[in-house]
Write a protein that binds this ligand. Structure first.
Ligand SMILES: *Cc1c(COP(=O)(O)O)cnc(C)c1O
Length: 377
């Protein structure tokens, strides 16, 4: 493990403190942000928002992108648009960032936690299939819990650390049960599964541009979809449901102030211009980590077969929890920032009452996984 720390230092030779993931602003960031300020359009209307959305469409291949204030808001909105109603159940994975479960709660629904797969770290289609076979039945094109009658209104798989999950298989199972899929692709901008961009398989996909993600708008998120009506509705509901008019302020329902400000979009446009370079840079680093780990007998998280990962955050697996904690302490003491996987969602106090399938893989991964420095160099 000490040799790994030396190796990490050699990858970031100029940095005394090595962050887990920090943004890089080496393009047109200052120019575009200044331009947005000069234009006076710094808030939720402006040319950079339009341009940012067009760039996202181009990169992901989605027909529509709607930029919003953050990834959590994007998830909340996507769930509402998927017709999630108060009291509904939403299937998701036990290992994710807390925002995934929080957004389900914001939609007044309740998460149901399933296991992940070892080689993708994403939702395990077998866990999903087993759970639905045991607990769910399809009635009138919708899916209900056999015991409680509550509706399974959506499924939210997540593409963990930029590694695509087996999304097509997840979709097939959900289709069979009549459950819409909202992909949490917050970490997966630029990641492909069978050459198609993550977030474009399900009913909707969600992206995040928080400061720690592969590109940043400071704070920001987006919904991507191929459905025009859904995209129009997403824009309407994230813009306080204001009826279009040059001067009248009339609104046709209770909605949200979730639009991304132009100032943030200006930063985002400059960042997106560099995305290809960022991914290339990160994939080279991942290859170097991988070769080092093979040589040293360490276990490195490789992109799943069939995937092209953005390698947002690199991960290794330690032998056990004790090894993990030793490595975490040692690295962080030396100014090399490392981090364990998130605490499992069903273990967080606000979610312990929720339904949870058997999750042996998530339990194992959360004990042994460590994220190691992954910033663009
Ligand atoms: C970052 C992230 C989000 C939320 O995005 P924010 O922009 O921080 O609100 C949601 N899900 C996952 C898996 C994330 O990593």
């Amino acid at each position: 493990m000490n040799t790994l720390l030396t190796f990490i230092r050699s990858r970031y030779p100029d940095q005394k403190q090595i962050a887990l993931h920090e943004p890089r602003f080496r393009g047109n960031e200052k120019r575009y942000v200044n331009d947005a300020i000069d234009s006076t359009f710094v808030s939720s209307v402006g040319e950079y928002v339009t341009r940012f959305e067009a760039m996202l469409q181009d990169i992901t291949g989605a027909h529509y992108a709607v930029a919003v204030v953050n990834g959590t808001a994007a998830l909340h909105m996507a769930l509402l648009l998927a017709n999630v109603k108060p009291g509904d159940l939403v299937l998701t994975q036990a290992l994710s960032f807390v925002a995934t479960a929080n957004a389900i709660t914001h939609a007044n629904a309740e998460p149901v936690f399933l296991d992940i797969e070892k080689n993708t770290l994403g939702l395990d289609p077998d866990s999903l299939q087993l759970f639905l076979n045991a607990n769910a039945e399809k009635r009138n094109k919708a899916c209900f819990d056999k015991a409680t009658g509550r509706r399974y209104a959506a499924c939210v798989p997540m593409h963990t650390f930029g590694h695509p999950c087996r999304i097509e298989t997840v979709l097939d199972i959900c289709d069979e049960y009549g459950i819409p899929v909202v992909e949490d692709a917050a970490e997966a901008l630029g990641s492909l599964w069978h050459e198609r961009h993550c977030g474009t398989f399900g009913f909707m996909g969600v992206l995040s541009f928080n400061g720690n993600k592969i590109i940043t708008t400071g704070g920001g998120g987006a919904i991507i979809t191929n459905d025009e009506a859904v995209a129009i509705r997403a824009k309407h509901l994230t813009t306080t449901a204001k009826k279009p008019h040059p001067w009248l302020f009339e609104h046709d329902e209770i909605a949200y102030n979730y639009r991304m400000p132009n100032l943030n979009a200006a930063l985002g446009c400059a960042q997106l211009e560099q995305l290809d370079g960022f991914i290339e840079n990160k994939r080279v680093l991942a290859k170097e980590y991988s070769a080092f780990c093979v040589a040293e007998g360490l276990q490195f998280m490789e992109e799943p077969i069939g995937a092209y990962a953005n390698y947002w955050l690199n991960s290794i697996f330690t032998k056990d929890r004790k090894d993990r904690d030793t490595f975490l302490a040692l690295s962080n003491e030396q100014g090399i920032q490392t981090r364990p996987a998130w605490g499992l969602l069903p273990k967080q106090p606000m979610y312990t009452q929720c339904q949870c399938a058997p999750i042996p893989i998530a339990l194992d991964v959360t004990e042994r996984l460590v994220n190691i420095p992954s910033s663009v160099r």
